[in-house]
Design a binder for this molecule. Structure first.
Ligand code: HEC
Ligand code: HEC
Length: 313
């Protein structure tokens, strides 16, 4: 009986295949096309404004990262997040990918399922600050004139690569506000480039030099400070959420805290330039989520926040 039924089923199909090969191939094309137009998985969307380290601390709390890493990042979770040596070798964009899309091997949660693109970038830089504290306003003020005297002729006072000498250099001096470039550099690389220069490319070496007028010696400690000074052009130490009126008391209830970041991310999305990128971030938000459910499943974080509200806009 069963065999007979199968033959009955197969016969007309075979006949169809034999008779009309033309329409079949048209059908196939239609089936393939959605795959080709899909947004690539794990696509990095860069922020439209400097990520905020203090804002990232809220995401850290809400995502309960301390449960494995401890409040200071030093709890034994295979990688100590407060170890400056280890963290100086991580590129921000690699940490973004690791956190945003998760990691199957270590069951690391995919944060972009629950959070906006901007919030994940805030989290990346908060996490980095556990190992290497960002410069204080006082530090920044002290370095400003040294930067002005030694770097700004090429890199510009705003770090945008537009100093008076810039036009004569090939390649042009780096624009420190370019997220794509500087999130693709670990601290060790920046240190090396400032200390030893970039041969044949116009970037001088500074290690061991002295600025007698400003009374500064470019030793290891000072070059390390310059690395953080450069970072400051693409990362912010100022909170934006607190400015929007959320109560800042240390023990925040999840309710108010969750509402605040999404409110701020809509407010940054109003300029023309950013509206496209926030649309993109919506796309990537969906994509990894789709793969993550298929692959790992059962991650602990996705209970509290309705995904739509944070990634949707
Ligand atoms: C279930 C436990 C767990 C939770 C929750 C967790 N982590 Fe991790 N994390 C780990 C482990 C284990 C590793 C080490 C992975 C490895 O061996 O590469 C790690 C590694 C990392 C790394 C280093 C990645 C690298 O490239 O070496 C970062 C950064 C990090 N976690 C940040 C976070 C942040 C931020 C959160 C909160 C969203 C978080 N983690 C939540 C367990 C956890
Ligand atoms: C004479 C011009 C000049 C001066 C002065 C100068 N730079 Fe540069 N710098 C450059 C050029 C040109 C590049 C780009 C090289 C390239 O693209 O390969 C560069 C690149 C860099 C980079 C980027 C390296 C990377 O990994 O992408 C850093 C960081 C940097 N400079 C820091 C500094 C600091 C800090 C000072 C002052 C202490 C300084 N520079 C002074 C010309 C200069």
């Amino acid at each position: 009986m069963k065999l007979f039924a199968r033959i009955l089923y197969v016969l007309p199909a075979a006949a169809l295949l034999a008779s009309c090969s033309q329409p079949m191939s048209v059908k196939n094309e239609q089936m393939i096309s959605p795959k080709e137009t899909a947004v690539p998985v794990n696509f990095v969307v860069y922020p439209d404004d400097r990520p905020s380290i203090p804002d990232g601390s809220l995401v850290w709390k809400q995502q309960n990262c301390a449960q494995c890493h401890g409040d200071d990042g030093g709890k034994d979770a295979a990688v100590k997040l407060n170890d400056p040596r280890a963290m100086a070798r991580l590129k921000p964009v690699e940490t973004f990918k690791f956190l945003a899309f998760g990691d199957e091997k270590t069951h690391h949660p995919a944060v972009l399922k629950d959070r906006s693109n901007r919030e994940v970038w805030n989290l990346v830089f908060y996490t980095r600050s556990l190992a290497v504290k960002a410069l204080t306003d006082k530090d920044l003020e002290a370095i400003l004139p040294v930067f002005g005297a030694n770097c700004a002729v090429c890199h510009g006072t705003k770090g945008d690569g537009d100093g008076p000498l810039a036009r004569n250099l090939e390649p042009m001096p780096a624009n420190f506000q370019t997220f794509r470039r500087f999130y693709d550099r670990d601290d060790d690389t920046l240190f090396d480039h400032i200390a030893n220069g970039i041969k044949w490319e116009g970037m001088p070496n500074f290690l061991g030099k002295v600025d007698t007028k400003k009374n500064v010696k470019f030793d290891h400690a000072y070059i390390h400070k310059l690395v953080l000074y450069i970072r400051n052009f693409s990362v912010s130490n100022n909170p934006t959420i607190i400015a929007t009126g959320t109560p800042t008391a240390g023990t925040s209830t999840t309710g108010t805290a969750t509402a605040a970041p999404s409110a701020s991310s809509t407010s940054t999305g109003t300029t023309t330039g950013s509206s496209t990128s926030s649309a993109e971030s919506g796309k990537t938000g969906e994509n990894p989520a789709a793969t993550a459910t298929g692959a790992g499943g059962g991650n602990s974080q996705d209970v509290k926040t309705p995904t739509g509200s944070t990634t949707g806009h």
